[in-house]
Design a binder for this molecule. Structure first.
Ligand SMILES: [Zn+2]
Ligand SMILES: [Zn+2]
Length: 427
């Protein structure tokens, strides 16, 4: 017992010493990380068009002496750091794409880039912070390479294109990377998102679903056309659709265990008819479903079919449900056992009072496709200046979006320490 305890004490001591070493290296590297981030910020590229971004990353990783593969899932870059010793394969992921947003910030490295999005010329901006993600992962790659002799196993650095979604008619992002085998042989995957309304120095986590599954759907309500003056001659798809819209809302409010997890069903578009005195023969509803739990997701999907068909049937109409209608994303799901195992790393890295378990968000992340393959953790890292009131923090995807670069150092340390500690635990 005594021996076991002192062995544990030794491990803790050594991880604390290693964490200090990582922290010192991250401090030394910080100006460089900021420089990389500014470069990416000034030269953003859209999803599946990250050509120059990829070249920059590829050259850098080759310079570190890693085995580098480019052109993965179009413009992705994957590099392996092999310690030469047996152990797990830890994947670390950063996304690479900017957005069709015109930057409004007065910064010396403000983006003035122009890109092409679905055939249209558009301004481009890193308006979600993926520039910081790449810079942080490059920082972690440098520190882990320098610490190669202390590793057991391999680190896979995954620079992923098209997180925001591939252009119309193209595939891309994490789903395509998985299809191309990027997660083969990987034991665990870690990823971060910078957060513009979370204080610098803070890391946020959640056990289980942290971001929602997305399922777009379409319902085609088919009736019978008639003159608007003689509705008894019609089977009215407009009135039927109105009842379906209301019926869908009762799935969430009356059928799902809401204290367990949130769920959303939105109807975003209704189209039917073309003038006041004609009851049309068809109405189309298009919307999105957000869930945080696989069982609730399945129940909600089944209920959408049942409600739409049942209501249509009661109105003598027909409803065709297309679900999913377009691209679905799984739940961004933090494996609870892994989360527990790695929590001490978060506490040791960020420090007292700087680690917070947060509520899930109903936005989505394609990191979820990696977590479908192997257990993984997705965390939020603070990018808001501590003295900026939360309500004034500019939102992601807006022209005013900005990040306090002081937040990146913690991200570099987290990626590095999660890797080191996971490897040590597996020994
Ligand atoms: Zn985004
Ligand atoms: Zn993002």
């Amino acid at each position: 017992m005594k021996t076991a305890l002192s062995a544990i004490a030794l491990i803790c001591l050594s991880s604390a010493a290693v964490a200090d070493q990582v922290s010192q290296q991250a401090t030394q590297l910080e100006p460089q990380v900021i420089e990389w981030r500014r470069h990416f910020h000034q030269h953003p590229e859209l999803s599946n068009r990250e050509f120059e971004t990829a070249k920059y990353i590829e050259n850098y990783l080759k310079g570190l002496g890693l085995q580098v593969q480019s052109g993965v899932a179009h413009t992705g870059v994957v590099a392996i750091l092999d310690s030469g010793k047996p152990g797990p394969v830890v994947a670390l992921r950063a996304d690479m794409d900017g957005l069709p947003v015109k930057e409004q910030n007065e910064l010396p490295f403000r983006s003035q880039a122009i890109g092409e999005y679905n055939g249209e010329k558009v301004p481009v901006m890193h308006a979600c912070g993926h520039d910081t993600h790449m810079a942080m992962l490059m920082g972690a790659a440098k520190i882990l390479t320098d610490m190669k002799s202390q590793l057991s196993g391999k680190v896979k650095f995954v620079f992923q294109p098209a997180e925001e979604g591939a252009p119309v008619g193209e595939k891309g992002g994490a789903e395509l990377m998985v299809a191309e085998g990027v997660m083969k042989g990987v034991d665990v995957v870690f990823g971060l998102h910078i957060s513009s309304d979370t204080d610098v120095g803070t890391v946020e986590y959640r056990h289980g679903g942290i971001m929602a599954a997305v399922d777009p759907y379409k319902i085609v309500v088919k009736g019978k056309q008639a003159h608007g003056a003689y509705p008894w001659l019609s089977v009215d798809p407009v009135v039927t659709s109105a009842q379906i819209v209301m019926g869908l809302q009762t799935i969430v409010s009356r059928e799902l265990p809401l204290t367990q997890d949130a769920a959303v069903i939105t109807v975003g578009s209704i189209h039917g008819g073309n003038r006041s005195n004609i009851i049309p023969n068809q109405v189309e509803l298009v919307g999105t479903i957000r869930t945080l739990d696989d069982a609730m997701r399945e129940d909600l999907h089944a209920a959408v079919h049942r409600k739409a068909k049942g209501i249509a049937d009661s109105m003598r109409a027909e409803a065709e449900v297309i679900l999913p209608y377009g691209d679905s994303y799984p739940v961004t799901y933090n494996d609870p056992t892994l989360m527990d195992k790695m929590l001490p790393t978060l506490h040791r890295t960020a420090g007292q009072g700087k680690v917070q378990e947060v509520k899930a968000v109903t936005g989505a992340e394609d990191f979820s496709f990696f977590q479908k393959e192997v257990p993984g953790l997705y965390l939020f890292v603070g990018g808001k200046s501590v003295d900026l009131p939360k309500h004034q923090a500019p939102a992601h995807h807006t022209p005013e979006f900005r990040i306090d670069e002081a937040g990146m150092k913690l991200g570099v340390e987290l990626l590095t320490n999660l890797t080191l500690d996971y490897m040590q635990q597996r020994q």
